[in-house]
Design a protein around this ligand. Sequence first.
Ligand code: HEC
Ligand code: HEC
Length: 477
Amino acid sequence: MEALKTKVGRTITTVILILILLIGGVVYIGWYNLFREVPTYYESPEEHFKYGSIGTENAEGIPYWIWVVLPRLFPDKLPAPGGYTSIGLTWEEGKETPVGISKKTIGFPRQGITCAVCHNSTYRTSPEAKPVIVPTGPSNRFDSQRYLRFLFDCANDPRFNADNILSLIQYNHHLSWLDQLLYRYIIIPQTKQGILTQQQSYAWMDSRPNWGPGRIDPFNPVKFRTLELPLDDTVGNSDMMPLWNEGQHQGFAYHWDGLETSLTETVQTGAIGDGATPKSLPVADLERVEAFIKDYQPPKYPFPIDQQLADKGHQIFDNSCATCHAFGGERTGTVIPQEEVGTDRHRLDMWTKQAADAYNNYAEGYDWDFDQLRKTDGYLSVSLEGLWLRAPYLHNGSVPYLTDLLEVPEKRTAVFWRGYDVYNPEKVGFIAEGAEAEKVGFKYDTQVEANGNQGHLYGTELSQTDKKALIEYLKTL
Ligand code: HEC
Ligand code: HEC
């Protein structure tokens, strides 16, 4: 009797043990294939800037293999052939992803965006030339809104299903039997659902003017999505900024309206605004990004410069511009009241005191934190290094050429095309008119809300000879 009891007892224990092992095994396999995190590491700071994760893959990233096949499944939803390059992404030879796109394994490989998706310029000196890639430069081609809408359109199409997606993935990559099951029953349906939820959180975009390439509405997504503040009807469309030489900007405010005063916070809010969460924010990796942008220098003007003329222009700059734009200038890097500079006020009005307060409270309890966000009353008198590559000019990118900026607003180009990267050395800016610019570009109409090209009248009263000299000097910056 005793012996039998022990035997039954032993059997029960064994069954329980096997069950525990089985459940444990399933949990482990599930964790390994869906959640295990493999950090991305790039030895080179530049590669890290271009491709290293900023923590966006978890919440907003697309499973890498699905992301790869979407343009093949839905070429009809892109503006032109060429996959993601048709919305302004740049692919370096031999790389798995375009500049500004990360690939990180969280259970399975996922795609995310990095700072370089917006902070990376390309330019060409002629239509035949290969694009030169300039990390930290302001992107003039990536159309972030078009990219989001491409994903939304895909997820709304009945062709976004496991059969189609899996059969396209098999062309590139062998998925194991288990992976196929996970993709079919979990990853593909959840991706679709995730994109549809994301679409709802961006519905407010549909009643406002389009961003176009090289521009975003930088903080309305933060207000409405991250901080969950009530919707308003502001339009903040603004041009991307360069990040080079930030080390020399110490003491400057950051962003077009100077809403931040700490570079570390500006870098961290950059990642949060792009889809990182407080839990996924890779603080140490972002320190590497910060170190990189402090040092990286803008490229020199790639066309000939008349040095004598530029020297003459230097004096004009010292008289008319240096207080606000030269390093060491009394007002350089400070906020100039909007009433004084007179440029379009939409971007300024988009950011509110309430939003600044909410963002300052956002990360309470973490060992990093925000407390330097604020509301200002104007725009930053930015330093002008690498100016030639910052075109189109002003915070909303409303002035295509430097020659235009030195004219009164009535004489500035009223309608032009953004997003073509061949340079115009006569006018000093990207070619913004003509057949090629119209073919690849986005029509920018300065009459549209938040696109106004008024204000910043400095230098408009100079003689033609002085303007020529000043522009020659500006090319040297
Ligand atoms: C989706 C596009 C996008 C991404 C991605 C992005 N930024 Fe930006 N960034 C912008 C735009 C646009 C501005 C100017 C916004 C404004 O103030 O109106 C800006 C401004 C900045 C500035 C202020 C520059 C200055 O001199 O005042 C810094 C610094 C910056 N970003 C850093 C980063 C970093 C670091 C990352 C990655 C962690 C990042 N950004 C990711 C679009 C982006
Ligand atoms: C009183 C201060 C002040 C003076 C003087 C001034 N600027 Fe500006 N400048 C600004 C401000 C503020 C902005 C940003 C305005 C905006 O984008 O809405 C700006 C923007 C610019 C930009 C656009 C930068 C970019 O990245 O798009 C250029 C170019 C520029 N200024 C050139 C000049 C030149 C050349 C002069 C002298 C003829 C001059 N500025 C005089 C305050 C000034």
